[in-house]
Design a protein around this ligand. Structure first.
Ligand code: NAP
Length: 322
């Protein structure tokens, strides 16, 4: 089978598309013929070697696929060859076939294409955990959402507007095209971070008060500016560093008594909260109007796909189609 492989951490030039033997599903595993392999920002961090829990080299990246079960391993009774499924995994998704544990499968409804399902498999559960588990967003709260046009950001907005009660989303993104996408997802206010002082604009929108909660996956310089945009005793959630690592000044937080939460959703991977997120995902897939990937790339164009998300061109979800 054709698969993407990384032999050393680094730039997009480190990708190779190679021929590998077809993986054999072991006990409790299935082999999936991949229809779409999702790309997340963290894949770029893993490729660079700037990530916790790095896999051993060489490896095939890709943590999520949608497709059709090709073969089942011993002990598998809940799915059969031919079933339409999605699976999350640590690595191995950027390939024609991928192996996954049966416990990590979610059924892909007949009404959804692979390029639709993959928008939601990983990201909707993460958005759920941001919003409910870690964010504890209450009715009527105003949310400041960084990288709002991204794969996860779009779904946080959709949860707030479709399931929240009178919540207001202030979306931040780096281009007017991305802000149009945020508006279509339901964002109430949209701010272009490259042309506008977002703190001043947030204070204007909130009548000088600041937001109840900021969800920040960007870090970088925003770790200095965000406290200015949050109300006294508000909440500051930091869940990524797409804009680079930097330091937090306690003196910026203390006078406002902000509650700071810096978290990884993977800490609840085996908890009841993750099971609730999976139920939420299954319900959403069968009841909501589904988006599709905004762009898909053939396996051989994996370099372009990573550059697309890394150079901040992407909005919504992007995927590889083997
Ligand atoms: N804490 C957790 O457990 C957890 C789990 C999964 C993902 N994450 C994090 O959540 C974030 C969103 O993930 P995603 O896969 O949905 O990605 P994404 O939002 O689709 O893409 C990343 C976004 O980061 C923004 N960004 C800001 N500064 C950037 C820079 N200097 N370089 C590149 N991008 C920059 C870009 O939006 P603009 O150009 O509009 O600013 C870009 O669209 C990522 O930071 C990821 O690491 C955290």
């Amino acid at each position: 089978m054709r698969a993407v492989q990384i032999n050393s951490f680094g730039s997009t030039e480190n990708f190779n598309v190679v021929d590998l033997p077809l993986p054999d599903p072991g006990e409790g595993e299935v082999l999936i013929r991949v229809g779409a392999a999702g790309i997340v920002f963290a894949d770029t961090q893993m490729r660079r070697g700037d990530y916790v829990n790095l896999p051993a080299l060489p490896f095939t990246p890709g943590r999520e696929v949608a497709g059709i079960v090709e073969k089942i391993g011993p002990g598998v009774t809940t799915v059969q060859p031919g079933c339409r499924v999605m699976a999350d995994m640590h690595t191995g998704g950027y390939a024609e076939y991928a192996k996954a544990a049966v416990r990590d499968l979610v059924r892909l409804p007949d009404s959804a294409s692979c390029l639709q399902g993959i928008v939601y498999l990983v990201n909707l559960r993460i958005a759920y955990l941001y919003y409910y588990t870690f964010g504890k967003v209450q009715a009527g709260e105003v949310i400041l959402l960084h990288a709002a046009a991204g794969g996860i950001g779009t779904l946080v907005t959709q949860i707030a507007k479709r399931r929240g009660t009178n919540n207001v989303v202030i979306a931040l993104a780096s281009s007017d095209e991305k802000l149009e996408y945020c508006r279509a997802a339901g964002a109430d206010h949209c701010i272009n971070t490259l042309t506008t002082d977002y703190v001043a604009e947030v204070l204007r929108i909130t009548g000088g008060k600041g937001v109840d909660v900021s969800m920040n996956s960007v870090a970088g310089a925003t770790l200095q500016t965000d406290p200015l945009a949050i109300r006294p005793r508000g909440r500051w959630l930091i869940n990524g560093y797409a804009g680079g690592r930097s330091l937090i000044d306690p003196n910026a937080i203390m006078p406002k008594s902000l509650t700071l939460s810096i978290f990884s959703v993977y800490t609840v991977r085996n908890d009841e909260e993750f099971r609730k997120a999976t139920t939420f995902l299954e319900e959403w897939l069968s009841t909501e109007r589904l988006d599709s990937c905004t762009r898909s790339f053939p396996l051989e164009a994996v370099e372009d796909a990573h550059r697309w998300i890394e150079e901040r061109h992407s909005y919504g979800k992007i995927a590889l189609v083997p």
